[in-house]
Design a protein around this ligand. Structure first.
Ligand SMILES: Nc1ncnc2c1ncn2[C@@H]1O[C@H](COP(=O)(O)OP(=O)(O)O)[C@@H](O)[C@H]1O
Ligand SMILES: [Mg+2]
Length: 355
């Protein structure tokens, strides 16, 4: 029988690279659940530390799995939206939204030949926002829509990996030609810069990159406009969100969260930011829903906020594998359980965006 004490003992043999202490002693472990043969917890780190802690998560997971009688282990690594030194900027930006709201020029034009712009947001990193963005885009495309995806996550652009795209985009007649994969058009901040390291851009640079990807990319043509542009935002409520809100009218935002309360309170903050500027929250999606961390947190939260609940996605290896391999699970396993969940989310969003 697995007990809490033996899980804690194992976690203290995994060293926190920053403090040099055991993981438990360092205070990094949040929401530890130990139940029968299952264990799970959340490691919450600053965005720039996420790469440092990925091996820590793997080590903790492997060591716990090796315990006799352990059936299931789940360690979720979530990254705080903004690195500590930049935090001031983030809150200033949110304040700026509030202050300038009445005066802010309301953008009237979507990017050329784009009919709808849909943002995917979350309070924290690592909750599956990019995963949802690509799979949702693929599910919308399956419905016959022409769909583009814009990876605006300056802290950790993941579209190149998740969509299996690389190389600098071409410029033709002064416009950026988006890359194409899995029937989607795609642009990523990761394609505008060298290297694939997670980067923390300064506000003005990030805003400029977003602006360029919105306004200079040939998403569609007069003959073949893009039906939906899905924007994968960085976590939180910072400069990129602000830029997007100022540069283009958003038709709605979808908020992704995990079932834990820690992530949920951030989902609420994301909803509040968009609500303040008049962008409707089209719904909440619960990702990594399951027996270890519980289920239903996002549904209850959606009811509290008075926004639609779009459904849940279980923690499932095929989702991660699809992302790592560059073929979204909706494309790789088109008739599977995960694909059918995305199909129904896409159906409900397509109906809302059409109405
Ligand atoms: N439902 C799921 N089941 C299993 N793994 C998932 C699931 N959703 C996301 N992941 C994995 O979790 C990690 C973080 O997801 P990602 O979409 O990059 O999050 P975010 O964009 O919010 O930072 C990725 O390795 C991804 O493949
Ligand atoms: Mg992401």
């Amino acid at each position: 029988m697995i007990d809490r004490a033996s899980v804690i003992a194992v976690l203290d043999t995994v060293i926190d690279p920053k403090s040099g202490q055991g993981l438990m002693a360092s205070g990094m472990v949040q929401g530890l659940v130990v139940d029968q043969g299952r264990a799970g917890f959340v490691l919450e780190v600053a965005a720039q530390d996420a790469p440092l802690y990925a091996p820590v998560r793997d080590e903790a997971e492997a060591k716990l799995k090796a315990l006799e009688g352990m059936d299931r282990v789940s360690v979720i690594l979530t990254a705080e939206a903004v690195a500590k030194p930049a935090r001031r900027t983030a809150s200033l930006s949110t304040a700026a939204v509030e202050q300038t709201k009445p005066k802010a020029p309301v953008p009237t034009e979507r990017p050329a030949h784009v009919k709808r712009v849909l943002a995917v947001a979350s309070g924290k990193g690592g909750v599956g926002k990019s995963t949802v963005s690509v799979n949702l885009a693929a599910a919308l495309a399956k419905r016959g829509l022409s769909v583009g995806i814009l990876d605006a996550d300056v802290y950790g652009p993941s579209m190149p990996t998740m969509m299996g795209i690389s190389g600098k985009p071409d410029y033709v007649d002064g416009a950026i030609v988006p890359l194409e994969a899995h029937g989607l058009k795609a642009m990523s901040v990761g394609l505008l810069t060298k290297g694939t390291d997670a980067m923390v851009w300064r506000g003005p640079m990030a805003s400029q990159a977003i602006n360029q990807m919105l306004s200079q990319t040939r998403w569609g043509t007069a003959e073949q406009p893009l039906d939906v542009l899905v924007v994968d935002l960085p976590p939180g409520t910072g400069d990129v969100q602000l830029t997007l809100i100022q540069k283009t009218p958003l038709d709605g935002v979808v908020i992704v969260s995990t079932p834990q309360e820690v992530a949920l309170s951030d989902a609420r903050r994301a909803h509040t930011l968009f609500e303040k500027v008049g962008v409707p929250t089209l719904g909440l999606i619960e990702n990594m829903s399951g027996d270890i961390f519980g289920r239903g947190g996002a549904k209850a939260e959606a009811e509290k906020l008075g926004v639609p609940y779009l459904g849940d996605l279980p923690l499932d290896a095929s989702v991660r594998e699809g992302g790592d391999a560059g073929t979204p699970v909706v494309v790789a396993v088109p008739f599977g359980d995960i694909a059918s969940r995305f199909d129904s989310i896409a159906e409900s969003l397509a109906n809302t965006l059409n109405s």
